[in-house]
Design a protein around this ligand. Structure first.
Ligand SMILES: Nc1nc2c(c(=O)[nH]1)N[C@H]1C(S)=C(S)[C@@H](COP(=O)(O)OP(=O)(O)OC[C@H]3O[C@@H](n4cnc5c(=O)[nH]c(N)nc54)[C@H](O)[C@@H]3O)O[C@H]1N2
Ligand SMILES: Nc1nc2c(c(=O)[nH]1)N[C@H]1C(S)=C(S)[C@@H](COP(=O)(O)OP(=O)(O)OC[C@H]3O[C@@H](n4cnc5c(=O)[nH]c(N)nc54)[C@H](O)[C@@H]3O)O[C@H]1N2
Ligand SMILES: [Mo]
Length: 838
């Protein structure tokens, strides 16, 4: 049999897949016909900027073939040896006991009869289940599809995701400038052109786009930053770590003590107010509440002027540096880049991270947010991009898809009880738990004010846990709790469905092997999220929709998630209801038919050729983000989720007043006396920072950003190549350790050298890492990435045992951003570090 080339798409770029004799022999960035590309051109400063005709995928995509055939694949259905559904279940041995291979029939019988048993005994609300944040690419097989459809059909208790990426922006910035329909991110339209034409400086405040790569858009935007650098646009980095973008772009590095970014922001406002360096007209016409904010900054309300000298005490950044930054920021047309999507950034995942994110918006408001070169922009989205052709993305079940025939997440779940992801272990071990907020509150600001309590009256506590994915030891907070939860007899049955062995997999009673996107059929647009991150593929130089072709048969005994749920539904007598009579190919076709893609290509050609590039029209007209607002016009950007667009309120933002709010009307309406998320933002000392009692025992701050060479737990541990990249893991004595970076001063004080195995610890636990002594980390900070996929406790199944795998989230607090803002706070974490002699 000769070689065949298939098309597919990963979460960081499209690929061509070469298959011979049923085996993938090669993968590379998708090879498209040259004539399909029609590159855009931006003119700025007498030069023309245009992207090359290719797809710059993220580095890990080049290792996808290795990952496909990884030894860490789950090959067969497995059962814990001491789990007997009709006898002893031994939940206390989850994480300890080995597994034995069983047949698919046996596995499906056990899972389906447990679903029946639990439903009959307790009601369907006793079933819960949850996915991780990210999934292999493709909308038909995506977690929002089959998983949600199956669980909704059962009537389970859903676990609401905390908006992990957006925390401070979601819970904070939305109350300053709206955009709740983007979870607190500003619209990104045509910001690349604006920056090339107008920006003189970019302040990257908690942002490393060279690493985070527009989330899904690979390396495409790296070129844009190169252009900006060549144009002489100055870049400033505010980050306790000298991050990779700073390393490539050069520019000024400012490294504040963690937890004090808001103090620095206040001092910048202080300089602008006292030196008359802000846009008074804009503040008067486009904002409200400045007269309540200004006295706080000047210290008139609390006797504490927020001077650069004061901020120096807090942040360790010299007052003259803060002053110089403030002056230059005001003198130049400055873009603020507060995280991967303009917002985001690890600084938003901290104690009182709401206050920092709100200040990012308010600082830019003082400089005329929306005027040329004065934006909030991550440098990762907003290339010229077609917005007329609608193709559904994975988060679109909430959007246009919901009303169409392809709503593959339906039926609507009848159970009203909810759980909150970050408190799931507490909910199981120690109910009741309560919180504010309906997960991703993208429909209204009020959604954030909904109060939930678990268990809910009239419903059962959860007994059956259907875990789909298994990454949380490396990604949630204070994660030893998850081990304790798994070992609780209150969870009568646990099933895990994943492709690779992950940190939680071996805590299940039954393990089901799913297959990857290369072993099933699907469709997906590169970089597109839809829903709350509408038009995210503007982070790619070209829009491309890929017919994700099944390249090989599912490996070993794995099956597609869709097939697994279909087989379970069949055993429950509900197959037709689940499938709607459709195969995966039928769903793909239905999505194609519901979309606008047919205007560009026929189904037959698309299915055969494997992709379609959607170029911009010749008469493309740019509509820069928020320019309309700055100029007092009606919104002219193409964001379909802006609820005021096209109405009589089209000139307004999504806040209550329609303006930028220095004093938040929405917070005033619901939480007027909340000292932790006050109506007017404040600098509040971190509950786990250099002022805390705990600091006397644990005087180092853990910084755990997103890993450069993997996508969270994707690729780590499942791609042996990555262990050869010392930025990712360091090999020593035959083991691939997770690096922990520390400043030479902190290393010397503890007699630690590069390559030493060190113990990072606090009262929550211990993690063993390989030390890297480097000037790239601020004194007092330990830098170690989040998202290890390897959980490897020295004593298996012992929640208190040190972990060799590198799951530093064992150390991070499960305390929330603040009382009424239930966001995660991994970057407010005190630890100590010592050489490990064990
Ligand atoms: N310390 C610290 N912690 C953090 C953060 C931080 O900044 N610092 N950031 C937070 C953020 S923003 C995020 S988004 C989270 C991410 O954290 P998670 O959501 O926990 O991580 P993912 O890597 O997305 O998990 C993916 C899981 O789904 C599985 N999976 C993937 N595709 C498929 C599929 O097709 N079928 C099945 N059945 N399973 C599949 C994978 O194998 C894996 O187990 O981490 C958060 N945690
Ligand atoms: N390679 C790769 N890319 C990814 C991901 C991945 O796992 N790997 N994850 C994707 C996802 S889900 C998301 S949400 C985005 C997240 O994107 P971001 O939230 O922007 O990413 P982070 O890595 O958390 O933070 C960016 C920078 O902020 C710094 N930082 C952290 N805490 C603080 C602080 O308190 N103050 C200051 N000033 N700086 C701080 C970090 O050192 C880091 O350099 O990235 C996406 N892109
Ligand atoms: Mo995220």
């Amino acid at each position: 049999m000769g070689e065949r080339v298939f098309t597919n798409c990963t979460n960081a770029g499209p690929v061509s897949v070469y298959v011979k004799d049923g085996k993938v022999t090669r993968m590379r960035p998708l090879v498209a016909e040259e004539g399909d590309f029609k590159p855009w051109t931006i003119e700025a400063g007498g030069k023309k900027y245009s992207p090359p005709k290719k797809f710059a995928v993220a580095p890990y995509v080049h290792a996808d073939r290795r990952r496909l055939y990884s030894d860490e694949r789950i090959r067969y259905p497995m059962k814990r040896v001491d789990f007997d559904p009709n006898g002893e279940r031994n939940p206390q041995n989850r994480g300890k006991s080995p597994y034995q291979r069983i047949s698919w029939d046996e596995a499906l019988d056990i899972v389906s009869s447990e679903i029946k048993r639990v439903t009959e005994k307790y009601g369907s609300s006793a079933i819960t289940g949850l996915t991780s944040s990210h999934h292999n690419w493709g909308i038909v097989g995506y977690k929002m599809g089959p998983f949600a459809r199956f669980m909704n059909m059962l009537g389970y208790t859903p676990v609401l995701d905390n908006p992990d990426s957006w925390e401070g922006w979601h819970w904070g910035a939305t109350h300053s400038y709206g955009f709740y329909w983007r979870l607190g991110m500003p619209e990104p339209y045509d910001m690349l052109e604006d920056a090339l034409q107008n920006a003189e400086m970019i302040v990257l405040w908690s942002n490393d786009p060279d690493t985070t790569r527009g989330t899904y858009t690979g390396q495409d935007s790296a070129l844009w930053r190169q252009w900006l650098k060549e144009k002489g646009v100055e870049m400033v980095f505010i980050d306790p770590f000298h991050n990779f973008t700073a390393a490539v772009m050069e520019g000024k590095w400012i490294a504040p003590r963690m937890g004090t970014d808001t103090a620095m922001a206040m001092a910048i406002a202080y300089v602008w107010i006292t030196e008359d360096l802000y846009d008074k007209e804009y503040v008067k016409d486009r904002t409200i509440g400045f007269e309540e904010f200004k006295p706080y900054v000047l210290g008139e309300t609390d006797g504490l002027p927020k001077t650069p000298e004061w901020a120096e005490q807090e942040s360790g950044v010299k007052a003259r540096v803060i002053r110089a930054l403030a002056r230059e920021w005001a003198a130049k047309r400055t873009v603020l880049s507060g995280g991967a999507r303009g917002g985001e950034g690890g600084a938003c995942r901290t104690a009182f991270g709401t206050e920092w994110a709100r200040m990012m918006v308010l600082l830019q408001a003082m400089q005329g947010l929306g005027k040329p070169g004065r934006s909030i922009w991550g440098t990762t989205m907003g290339a010229p991009s077609d917005t007329k052709t609608w193709f559904p993305a994975y988060a679109d079940p909430q959007g246009r898809v919901a009303t169409s025939s392809v709503a593959n997440h339906l039926p609507v779940n009848q159970t009203k009880q909810r759980l909150w992801r970050l408190t799931l272990p507490d909910a199981v071990l120690n109910p009741p738990v309560s919180w504010y907020g309906e997960g991703f509150c993208g429909q209204s600001l009020e959604q954030q004010f909904t109060h939930f309590e678990y268990p809910m009256e009239g419903y059962s506590e959860v007994k059956l846990f259907y875990r789909y994915g298994g990454s949380f030891m490396g990604t949630m907070s204070d994660t030893s709790k998850w081990v304790r939860m798994y070992q609780s007899p209150k969870l009568e049955f646990v099933v895990n469905q994943d492709i690779w062995y992950n940190s939680e997999t071996r805590m299940a009673d039954i393990i089901l092997p799913a297959c990857s996107n290369f072993e099933r059929d699907d469709v997906g647009e590169w970089g597109a999220c839809g829903g709350y991150t509408c038009h995210a593929s503007s982070g790619c130089n070209f829009r491309i929709v890929v017919r994700q072709q099944k390249c090989i048969e599912p490996l070993w005994e794995s099956k597609s998630d869709y097939e697994i749920f279909t087989l379970l539904a069949e055993r429950l007598g509900r197959k037709e209801e689940f499938t709607d009579g459709k195969t995966e190919m039928d769903w793909i076709r239905a999505f194609f038919d519901a979309s606008d893609l047919g205007e560009h290509i026929s189904w037959e050609e698309f299915d055969q050729k494997g992709y379609c590039i959607i170029n911009i029209d010749d008469d493309y007209k740019s509509t820069p983000s928020l320019r309309w607002f700055a100029e007092g016009r009606e919104c002219d950007t193409p964001d379909p989720n802006n609820p005021k667009r096209g109405t009589i309120k089209a000139k307004e933002l999504g806040t209550y007043s329609g303006k930028i709010e220095f004093a938040s009307e929405s917070l005033k309406s619901k939480f007027p006396d909340d000292e932790e998320r006050p109506v007017v933002p404040r600098y509040i000392e971190s509950w786990e920072g250099h002022h805390s009692e705990l600091y006397k025992r644990y005087s180092l701050q853990l910084l755990s950003p997103h890993p450069r060479f993997t996508f969270h737990c994707h690729y780590d541990k499942h791609t042996d190549w990555l262990d050869d990249i010392p930025t990712h893991r360091i090999k020593k004595d035959g083991y691939a350790w997770w690096p922990a970076r520390l400043n030479p001063a902190d290393a010397a004080a503890r007699n630690i050298q590069t390559g030493d195995i060190v113990r990072l610890y606090n009262d929550r636990g211990s993690v063993l890492c390989a030390a890297v002594v480097t000037q790239r980390v601020r004194v007092g900070v330990i830098h170690s990435y989040a998202s290890s996929a390897k959980y490897d406790p020295l004593i298996p199944g012992d929640a208190d045992s040190p972990d060799k795998g590198g799951c530093v989230n064992i150390l991070t607090p499960s305390r929330m951003v603040s009382r009424n803002a239930p966001g995660m706070t991994p970057n407010s974490c005190l630890i100590e570090i010592e050489k490990w002699e064990g």
